[in-house]
Design a protein around this ligand. Structure first.
Ligand SMILES: Nc1ncnc2c1ncn2[C@@H]1O[C@H](COP(=O)(O)OP(=O)(O)O)[C@@H](O)[C@H]1O
Ligand SMILES: [Mg+2]
Length: 320
C-alpha cells in the first residue's frame, strides 16, 4: 500500500475523496499528516501555509514527536507544534520533508489545487526534492477541481519542478444506479424507516450517484421532509456554492463575474455547443462577446470540474 510517492485522488465535489482518504490513512497504520488546503485564502502567504503545517503536525504529534524534536526551528509547546517561517531558525519545506523522511510518513493535502498561487513553485520544488531524495515520504493530493490540480502539478511541462515525476491517479466515479438505490435503502433501514421504492428512485434520479448528495438527501428525508423539499434544500445549497464562485470572479471584474453567471445559465438551458453558447451569452448581454473571453470562461469552468463537454457534471448544479 502507498508505494507510489505521489498519489492523486480526484473526483467531483461530494464524490467521497476526503472520506476515502481518511479511511485509507486510518487503515494504513502509517503515521500521517493532513493539510486541508481549503483553509488557505487566495494568494495566501508563507505564514498561512506554515500555520496549516503547524496544525497538521500538532494533530499527529504523538506519532511524530521523536522526529520533530530534532528539528531546529520547530518547538513543541504543549500540544502545539510551532514552526519558524522566517529568520535565523527558518525551516524550509524541503528541510522539513528531509527530517520527516526519518520515518515512513504520509503527507496528505486535501483540495491541493488550492495551493496554487505565488508559492506554487516553492511548494512544488519541495515536493520534487522529496520525490527525488525522501523515499520514505508519500504524498497524497486530492482535488475536486481536477483541471486546476493538474495545472498546479504540471508534470508534463518541462519547465515545471515536478516535470516527469510519476503521479498515480485514482479517479473516484459516482455510484451506479443500483448501488445508489441500495445505499439509500440500507441507510433508511438503519433508521427503521420504511420508504417506497418510488421515493428511492426519485432521489437517485435527482442526485445521480454522488454519495455526498445521496447522504444529504437521505438525512433530509429522514428529518420528515418530502422529496420536493429535499430537492429544494439541496439546490439551495448548490446555489450558494455557485454564487460564491460567481462572486469570486468579481475580483477580476464585474463584467467577468456576470459572464460566468450567463455562461452557466446558458449551459443549463441546453447551450451544448460552442456556437450555441456564444449566441446565448451574446443574446443575454446584448454585446458581441469576444471569442477568447468566452473560451477562457468555458475552460475555467471545465478546470473547476463544473462543466465537461457543455454539460454539468453535477445534476444539482445544473438545477441550481
Ligand atoms: N463510500 C462512501 N460510502 C458512504 N458514504 C460516503 C462515501 N463516500 C462519501 N460518503 C458521504 O458523502 C459525503 C461527502 O463525501 P466527501 O468525502 O466529503 O466528498 P469529497 O471530499 O469528494 O467532496 C461524506 O460526508 C459521506 O457522508
Ligand atoms: Mg473533501
Amino acid at each position: 500500500m502507498f508505494i507510489d510517492l505521489i498519489i492523486i485522488l480526484t473526483g467531483v465535489r461530494r464524490i467521497g475523496k476526503t472520506s476515502l482518504l481518511l479511511v485509507a490513512l486510518h487503515e494504513s497504520k502509517i503515521p500521517y499528516i493532513i493539510l486541508d488546503a481549503r483553509k488557505l485564502r487566495e494568494n495566501y502567504a508563507l505564514k498561512d501555509l506554515y500555520s496549516l503545517l503547524s496544525e497538521a503536525l500538532s494533530s499527529s504529534l504523538d506519532k511524530l514527536k521523536d522526529v520533530l524534536r530534532k528539528i531546529r526551528g520547530i518547538s513543541i509547546m504543549g500540544n502545539y507544534v510551532e514552526i519558524s517561517w522566517r529568520g535565523r531558525s527558518y525551516v524550509s519545506l524541503a528541510d522539513l520533508f528531509d527530517h520527516l523522511n526519518e520515518k515512513r510518513i504520509i503527507i496528505a493535502i486535501d483540495e491541493a489545487q488550492r495551493l496554487r498561487g505565488p508559492l506554487s513553485k516553492e511548494i512544488k520544488n519541495a515536493i520534487a526534492h522529496a520525490y527525488d531524495y525522501d523515499r520514505n515520504l508519500t504524498f497524497i493530493l486530492t482535488g475536486s477541481e481536477i483541471g486546476l490540480l493538474h495545472d498546479f502539478l504540471d508534470v508534463e511541462d518541462n519547465s515545471s519542478p515536478l516535470y516527469s515525476r510519476y503521479c498515480y491517479e485514482i479517479k473516484l466515479e459516482r455510484f451506479k444506479e443500483s448501488l445508489s438505490k441500495e445505499f439509500l435503502k440500507r441507510g433508511f433501514e438503519e433508521f427503521k424507516l420504511k420508504v417506497d421504492d418510488a421515493v428511492v428512485s426519485e432521489i437517485v434520479k435527482t442526485f445521480d450517484g454522488i454519495p455526498g448528495w445521496l447522504t444529504l438527501a437521505g438525512n433530509y428525508y429522514l428529518a420528515r421532509r418530502s422529496v420536493e423539499q429535499v430537492k429544494e434544500m439541496s439546490i439551495r445549497l448548490a446555489v450558494n456554492e455557485i454564487e460564491n464562485l460567481i462572486e469570486s470572479k468579481r475580483k477580476i471584474s464585474e463584467i467577468t463575474s456576470r459572464r460566468y453567471r450567463e455562461a452557466l445559465k446558458c449551459i443549463s438551458e441546453g447551450a451544448n455547443s460552442w456556437s450555441k453558447l456564444h449566441e446565448c451569452v451574446s443574446e443575454k448581454e446584448g454585446t458581441t462577446i469576444s471569442y477568447s473571453v468566452l473560451d477562457n470562461i468555458l475552460r475555467q469552468l471545465e478546470n473547476m470540474s463544473i462543466i465537461s463537454s457543455y454539460e454539468f457534471l453535477d445534476p444539482v448544479y445544473k438545477e441550481a
